[in-house]
Design a protein around this ligand. Structure first.
Ligand SMILES: NC(=O)c1ccc[n+]([C@@H]2O[C@H](COP(=O)([O-])OP(=O)(O)OC[C@H]3O[C@@H](n4cnc5c(N)ncnc54)[C@H](O)[C@@H]3O)[C@@H](O)[C@H]2O)c1
Length: 294
């Protein structure tokens, strides 16, 4: 028996229009939870709510960078369901196109951090008083990029490392209230956010093939993440790692990261691809990497 069954609980999900969020909403709903589908734009989440049946669903359009709008969606959730037990802060974006720190559009860099890191904080902040009152659970979506080298994806990786720290601190702090928090670490998942590593960008697709051993470089279906998320909530798990094959890399990160970082820095083909990426960002050929003596 799960320690914290989701049936009858109200779960607020950001990024609910997307792969992991939508799949999780479906699984939670099928297990008897009330699901609040929060995302930018109303069309996709309204369609999902209709598909699930209006009874235990609420679709709310919100940008997770907007604290006032988040407070409003939380109020509407509580009005509708009488409380809020679980928040799944899951909305995220990656820089598009992928780029190095030297060549990325600064506005793009900061937008990724704003959504992926501050968006998580703002979502949780808005929901937290209700979660504490309900002795509920918070789940924040990090990534294997919380500990894997984030080359060509730095604002994303630094945000996910921050989300991991946020979730760990929150778990320690919530214990005194009888509530809990956990961190979700998906590996590669077949959703639009992973597109640049799976075909939509030739350079970063090739880099993913080189940097990730074949078993770790494979993408899995969002439904597998959804099943693990529901188990993670029901067991109030501190860490939800899917697929599980990533777990040893997280556990051994102190030993493995210096090695993989060195490979990332020195691998001749990765260096060639990095140069190509910078040149494609700067067709004049004056990119810092092109002029670098190394
Ligand atoms: N797909 C992967 O390989 C992978 C791996 C590790 C972690 N993740 C993380 O999983 C989470 C879900 O991503 P996904 O894979 O389902 O991708 P996705 O692109 O299908 O879903 C992301 C969702 O977030 C929403 N969103 C983006 N910015 C928003 C904002 N400002 N306000 C509200 N909603 C916003 C999008 O509209 C979209 O529905 C993200 O945090 C992502 O970083 C994904």
């Amino acid at each position: 028996m799960p320690t914290y069954p989701v049936a009858g609980k109200t779960v607020f999900i950001t990024g609910a229009a997307g792969g992991i969020g939508a799949a999780t909403a479906r699984t939670l709903h099928s297990r008897g939870a009330n699901v609040v589908l929060a995302d930018r734009g109303i069309d996709a989440i309204s369609a999902l709510a209709r598909d699930l049946g209006g009874d235990r669903t609420l679709a709310l359009s919100v940008d997770v960078t907007d604290s006032a709008a988040l407070a409003d969606t939380v109020d509407r959730t509580v009005d509708r369901f009488g409380g809020l037990d679980v928040v799944f802060a899951n909305a995220g974006i990656a820089a598009d196109p992928p780029a190095t720190i030297a060549t990325i559009d600064p506005a793009m860099f900061e937008r990724v951090v704003e959504v992926d890191l501050l968006g998580v904080w703002r979502t949780v902040r808005a929901a937290l008083p209700h979660v504490i009152a309900a002795r509920g659970h918070v789940l924040v979506t990090a990534s294997v990029y919380a500990y894997f080298n984030g080359m060509t994806n730095a604002p994303y990786a630094m945000s996910k490392a921050g989300v991991e720290q946020f979730g760990r601190a929150l778990r320690a702090e919530l214990g005194i209230h009888g509530a809990s928090a956990g961190v979700l670490y998906p590996g590669w998942v077949h959703t639009p956010i992973a597109g640049a590593a799976f075909g939509s960008n030739d350079i970063t697709t090739r880099m993913r093939e080189i940097a990730f051993p074949s078993l770790l470089g494979k993408a899995i279906a969002p439904t597998r993440i959804a099943d693990a998320v529901v188990r993670g909530i029901e067991n109030r798990s501190a860490r939800v790692m899917v697929p599980r094959r990533w777990a040893p890399f997280s556990a051994l990160r102190g030993v493995l990261n210096p090695v993989t970082d060195l490979i990332a820095e020195r691998h001749p083909e990765l260096r060639r691809l990095l140069r190509r990426l910078e040149e494609s960002a700067d067709p004049t050929g004056k990119s810092p990497q092109t002029n670098s003596p190394r």
